[in-house]
Design a protein around this ligand. Structure first.
Ligand SMILES: [Zn+2]
Length: 487
């Protein structure tokens, strides 16, 4: 009889499915503190030293892996790193670690200074929502919270949301990354390098076992979003280094826009004569007010007078500083602002161009800035003849001064400058690049369209992109300020 033969097989299968499906973790819906009394019950530890209820991950590969499978959970940790330590918290991952075919999502633990160690910093949802901003420091306790509910992932550091992601249905992944999808699976904490220690001072988890309905992503996944997503999956630093809180745009709105789309932002204060930040004391007040914000802190050096208004020590509080060559005084003593048609005087086109190139050279040579922004901008009177007026010789002079002074060149999304030809020349010479939108209000951040086009057309790689320097290496401290204004 067929049924006699099938029934036992069916029963064995049913029991197996039940055993796998059965949840065996800490009590659902309740926050459970993981300490030495229950560690072994719920977690499999490897090279993890327990000292006074703290878990120490020191060796490369030291790990804690859950013995239970869960999809939805809230996890909160108090962590301290020492110099150079890098770790990750994985979820929707496999029980055993396989570097090549990683499964699930990975949250980065790394508090190294800029331009040292791994570029992604704590709170980064690696390859999906990369974070390059330091929000915690070595040798200091920080809070890390991870919440996964349905298809919504959020990662916070010290109470600030750093990464947020809504996994769409049929999420597109690069060939080797198809395992980055949510599932009911394991959670692991792992140290992934030799240097430093990771100390977990407190670890709490609240498992949620009921089904959570998926929500719709906040941004439409169109072809541009697919480009952004695939660059993120390649860990290309999609940082907009030139964002302003103007026209009512708040820090939270700007950061949300960045997270929704898959960018990181640098927010710049306009600092100079007749600007809100105009001396060391207003600079320090400003910096303190944004200290905990999850963005790069940037200074836009205004006019040419800024070099006389601030001290290098105060300026070095910013992650990087930049200026443009749109404000200067011509040979006849007229202070011009090139974006204001009634404040710009072009007596002779060629003479004007030569004067402009000379001003750019003077500024980049003398002012200790990290980035030349709104670069190669031409006033309205000349803009239509950009390709003709930016001759090979003029381009080369600008490229050379940037290279000599280690100034990065902004690829400006708003003005769509410099031209592709200019950027190609700069890349060949070895100039570093940044992306910048230079928004004017709260609804013109867009999605770095021109920059994304340049990445593709000029084949920019991660190595072509500027990164802020470590605190002690900042140019403003090494080079100091010029004794007099440049032009
Ligand atoms: Zn600006």
């Amino acid at each position: 009889m067929l049924i006699k033969r099938i029934l036992p097989v069916f029963l064995v299968l049913a029991v197996a499915v039940y055993l796998i499906a059965r949840y065996r973790g800490p009590e659902p819906g309740v926050v459970t503190k993981i300490d030495k009394s229950n560690l072994e019950k719920y977690w499999k530890s490897r090279d993890c030293a327990v000292k006074e209820d703290q878990f120490h991950l020191e060796k490369n590969g030291a790990s804690l892996t859950s013995r239970f499978r869960i999809q939805n959970f809230e996890m909160s940790l108090k962590i301290k790193t020492t110099q150079g330590a890098i770790g990750q918290i994985n979820f929707a991952t496999s029980k055993s670690y396989d570097e090549k075919h990683s499964r699930g999502y990975s949250v980065v633990i790394n508090n190294s200074d800029y331009s040292t160690g791994f570029a992604q910093k704590t709170g980064s949802l690696s390859k999906i929502r990369n974070n390059f901003v330091r929000n915690a420091e070595d040798n200091e306790w920080f809070d890390l919270n991870i919440i996964v509910m349905g298809n919504h992932i959020s990662v916070s550091v010290n109470g600030k949301l750093i990464s947020e992601y809504i996994e769409p249905a049929n999420a597109k992944r690069l060939e080797n990354l198809t395992g980055i999808v949510l599932s009911r699976s394991f959670i692991s904490l792992r140290k992934i390098n030799e240097q430093g220690d990771i100390v977990i001072g407190e670890m709490k988890i609240k498992p949620v076992t009921e089904e959570i309905a998926p929500i719709l992503p906040t941004v439409k996944i169109d072809s541009l979003q697919e480009v952004i997503d695939s660059l993120n999956q390649r860990e290309f630093p999609l940082i907009d280094f030139h964002v302003h809180l103007k026209g009512g745009l708040t820090m939270d709105q700007a950061h949300q826009h960045a997270m929704d789309n898959g960018f990181c932002y640098g927010v710049a204060a306009n600092c100079g004569l007749k600007f809100p930040v105009t001396n060391d004391s207003t600079l320090n007040i400003y910096l303190k007010s944004i200290q905990k914000e999850p963005v790069f802190k940037a200074m836009q050096c205004e006019g040419r007078e800024w070099v006389t208004l601030f001290s290098p020590e105060a300026v070095a509080g910013f992650d990087y500083i930049f200026t443009d060559a749109m404000t200067w005084t011509d040979q006849k003593g007229r202070r011009m602002r090139l974006w204001m048609p009634d404040e710009t005087f072009v007596d002779n086109d060629q003479q004007f161009m030569d004067m402009l190139v000379g001003k750019i050279e003077g500024i980049m040579e003398n002012e200790p800035v990290d980035i030349y922004v709104n670069p190669t901008f031409l006033p309205a009177q000349l803009a239509a003849r950009y390709d003709e007026l930016w001759t090979k010789e003029r381009m080369e002079r600008v490229v050379n001064v940037l290279l000599r002074n280690q100034v990065a060149l902004e690829i400006n999304a708003r003005y769509k400058i410099p031209s592709i030809a200019f950027i190609k020349k700069a890349k060949e010479a070895g100039v570093k690049f940044t992306f910048g939108t230079n928004n004017t209000k709260n609804d013109d951040l867009y999605r770095m369209e021109y920059c994304l086009k340049v990445i593709r057309e000029v084949h920019l790689t991660q190595e072509d992109i500027f990164m802020p320097k470590a605190k002690a290496d900042r140019k403003i401290l090494k080079k100091g300020l010029p004794a007099a204004i440049t032009g």
